[in-house]
Write a protein that binds this ligand. Structure first.
Ligand code: NAD
Length: 270
């Protein structure tokens, strides 16, 4: 018996856009790993992605393992696409219980190195989209008798260094999630946020390359996380194992945040 048996899950950003890791046939990021792990736990999955081919690869990987999945093109920065992704999920699978808002991008840098256009783009993709997806998904989840939502934030919600637009939107996501969680707790809709640390995902390999040797020494566990480790934490929050967990945040970072203070005390200032 799977922990998500009988549930229908929409994973926004369910593709994986970047080169595969060494030894992997299929490139894996947080979204694709979550879709696959949710399906292994019994969920029927709709993978939604800006790039339909990437979402289809995820759906194909699930069906190849004997699961049930479909793919849909969806640019989460467009309201109509968000509405359509939810409507199609319900149309194809009869209901919707679970939503994962995994899409997140970075652009610009510090305050003086970020254009208004960059800020607005990151806002539309990282925050407004999560509002829109929840706005369309929550009534459906209520109709289905309840369910759960996980919004993917970042450790950058709590610590600086990844650029003002990314940090601001990832921090605002905590408030967005709490607001929906509290308002809809009695509708049996749980909403939580996950804060990954440094994860070796397809997107990171595409945009930054192999950063393992550079960042591993900073992390108390001595390595980057894998998208599978993020997926398992997300699936926990989606499942009834987290039945009394709502309106909160889960940091999954190999001890990175907890270790920052020790690092500052023991290492010379740079
Ligand atoms: N990788 C990390 O180290 C890390 C750390 C902290 C937080 N996160 C967060 O985890 C999430 C996933 O990151 P990842 O690195 O695993 O990426 P990922 O491999 O899950 O890829 C994200 C997917 O989103 C899709 N996408 C991009 N823009 C879109 C749009 N407008 N509409 C729909 N789909 C779109 C991409 O095509 C890609 O398939 C993001 O929210 C990111 O901010 C990642």
């Amino acid at each position: 018996m799977g922990r998500l048996d009988g549930k229908v899950a929409l994973i926004a950003g369910g593709g994986a856009d970047g080169p595969p890791n060494l030894g992997e046939k299929l490139s894996i990021g947080n979204g694709r790993a979550t879709a696959i792990v949710a399906a292994r736990e019994g969920a029927i999955v709709m993978a939604a992605d800006l790039n339909l081919a990437l979402a289809q690869q995820t759906a194909d990987a699930i069906t190849a393992e004997g699961g049930k999945a479909a793919a849909i093109a969806c640019d989460v920065s467009k309201e109509d696409d968000c509405r359509r992704a939810v409507a199609e999920t319900v149309k194809q699978f009869g209901a919707m219980h679970l939503l994962v808002n995994n899409v997140g991008i970075a652009a610009g840098g510090s305050l003086l190195n970020t254009t208004t256009d960059q800020f607005e783009k990151v806002y539309a993709v990282n925050l407004r989209s999560h509002f829109l997806m929840m706005r369309y998904a929550v009534p459906e989840i209520i109709k289905a008798g309840g369910g759960a939502i996980v919004n993917v934030s970042s450790l950058s919600a709590l610590i600086a260094g990844a650029g003002i637009a990314y940090e601001a939107t990832k921090a605002a996501l905590l408030g967005l999630s709490r607001s929906v969680a509290v308002r809809h707790a009695r509708d049996h809709v749980r909403v939580n946020t996950i804060l990954p640390g440094l994860i070796n995902s397809s997107m990171v390999r595409r945009e930054i390359g192999d950063r393992e040797a550079r960042v591993a020494p900073r992390i108390p566990m001595g390595r980057q996380g894998t998208p599978w480790e993020i997926a398992k934490a997300i699936v926990f929050l989606l499942s009834d194992d987290a039945a009394y967990v709502t309106g909160t945040e889960l940091i999954v970072d190999g001890g990175l945040r907890a270790g920052e203070g020790i690092r500052r005390r023991t290492e010379p200032a740079q």
